[in-house]
Design a protein around this ligand. Structure first.
Ligand code: NI
Length: 400
């Protein structure tokens, strides 16, 4: 069935809804909740959906909300997902809608994702007599915190009854202007594993290192030597990042060698086989180096989100929808990002497409980055975000 809803109609609806979406986004921004603590956010979303007549179920993965909108006739099922959680960051803006909660902030745009997906739900509900199939709207908690709300929702059956044949998600991108979107086929974002090292030595007087085993010296060697994993073991054509962001000792002083040093870091890459091999090599190297220096090293690797893979043909079609809806000049290719995103879990289950929504102000100063205390969006993006996702959904439902 070819799509019979023209883009002008969708644009008009997203324009009409715009003030409401801005108000929703500002409410969410002012009332952020941390990962897996989104109780008020969940009931706010459910309330807005039900007020429009859209049925939904709550309690997914804690506080997630899943809504279904059915078209006039049965047909394909597709899913659209937004994440709803905020970050432990103290907001440093003076906006009237700034966070009312100390130390909690929507600094990753999940307020915009949520408002935008509500807008898409309202648009598709309004047009429901004119399309066939079912759209499942997933308002997902806990994106920012291990193991990720997506994995919980999948385990709870969010991809069944009815089971979607494709899923789409979007994420704000401050370095891209509002009104524009970005796509990438294939591998797009990294896997992220947490690395915890504990180096054991034998502490004592700082003046007598020859009688001791200095775990600080071992840790310093590890920080530099383990980069060999990236420079010598990783395929040069395969992005790999190893970062140690935290290092400390139990005790120690200018004249005291401690007995134990801890390191914490992240390992990121894009290939599942290499990811496993990197874990093995990292363990072997760390244990071997520490043993060679007379000490011990224990590793704990906590596997995080998998790498995010955008289904090429689904992404090509979504991109074509975006070019038709926004104009080709407003659709760009985006590079691989070494950030991680729990939307990747969905991509392991079904064809998925995760694209980027520009939220910078055209001609404005450079926007503050994601996870920054000064982060904010150009709210015009809500018009693009809500309308384009409706267009992509309708095209996917009507697809060949
Ligand atoms: Ni995010």
């Amino acid at each position: 069935m070819p799509t019979i809803i023209d883009s002008d109609r969708i644009r008009a609806l997203s324009q009409e809804l715009f003030p409401e979406l801005v108000a929703i986004r500002r409410y969410l921004h002012a009332h952020p909740e941390l990962s897996f603590e989104e109780a008020e956010t969940g009931s706010y979303i459910a309330g807005l959906l039900r007020a429009k007549g859209i049925a939904c179920t709550t309690g997914w993965g804690g506080h997630g909300v899943v809504a279904l909108v059915e078209g006039a006739r049965p047909g394909r099922v597709i899913a659209l997902r937004a994440d709803i959680d905020a970050l432990p960051i103290q907001e440093a803006t003076d906006r009237p809608y700034r966070s009312l909660k100390d130390g909690v902030m929507h600094a990753c745009g999940h307020d915009a994702h949520t408002a935008s997906l509500l807008g898409t739900a309202f648009i598709l509900y309004d047009l429901r007599e004119r399309w066939a199939g079912t759209v499942k709207f997933i308002f997902q908690p806990g994106e920012e915190k291990f193991p990720g709300g997506a994995s919980l929702l999948i385990a709870e059956g969010v991809l069944r009854d009815p089971g979607p044949s494709a899923i789409f998600g979007q994420h704000v991108l401050p370095e891209l202007d509002a009104g524009k979107v970005g796509f990438r086929e294939g591998m797009s974002m990294a896997s992220a594993d947490e690395i915890y090292l504990t180096v054991e030595g034998r502490g004592g007087h700082g003046a007598q290192p020859h009688l001791l085993v200095d775990p600080v010296a071992i840790a310093a060697t590890l920080v530099t030597s383990l980069q060999q994993l990236v420079s010598r073991n990783a395929d040069p054509l395969l992005p790999t990042v190893l970062t140690f962001g935290r290092i400390w000792s139990d005790g120690g002083a200018t004249n005291v060698i401690p007995s134990r040093v801890h390191l914490e870091g992240t390992l990121r890459t894009l290939d599942e086989d290499w990811r496993q091999e990197a874990h093995r090599l990292l363990t072997r190297m760390a244990e071997g180096i520490a043993a060679g220096m007379g000490g011990h090293c224990r590793l704990e690797i906590r596997k995080g989100y998998p790498a995010l893979h955008n289904d090429p043909s689904l992404t090509r079609r979504a991109r074509a929808s975006a070019e038709a809806y926004l104009g080709a000049e407003n659709v760009v290719d985006i590079p691989i990002r070494m950030g991680a995103e729990d939307f990747a879990w969905y991509g392991r289950e079904l064809p998925s497409c995760f694209y980027r929504l520009g939220t910078g102000t055209p001609g404005g100063p450079p926007a503050a980055g994601l996870h920054s205390p000064a982060f904010d969006i150009d709210e015009d993006a809500l018009r693009t975000g809500s309308g384009l996702m409706a267009r992509i959904a309708l095209d996917a439902l009507a697809g060949e």
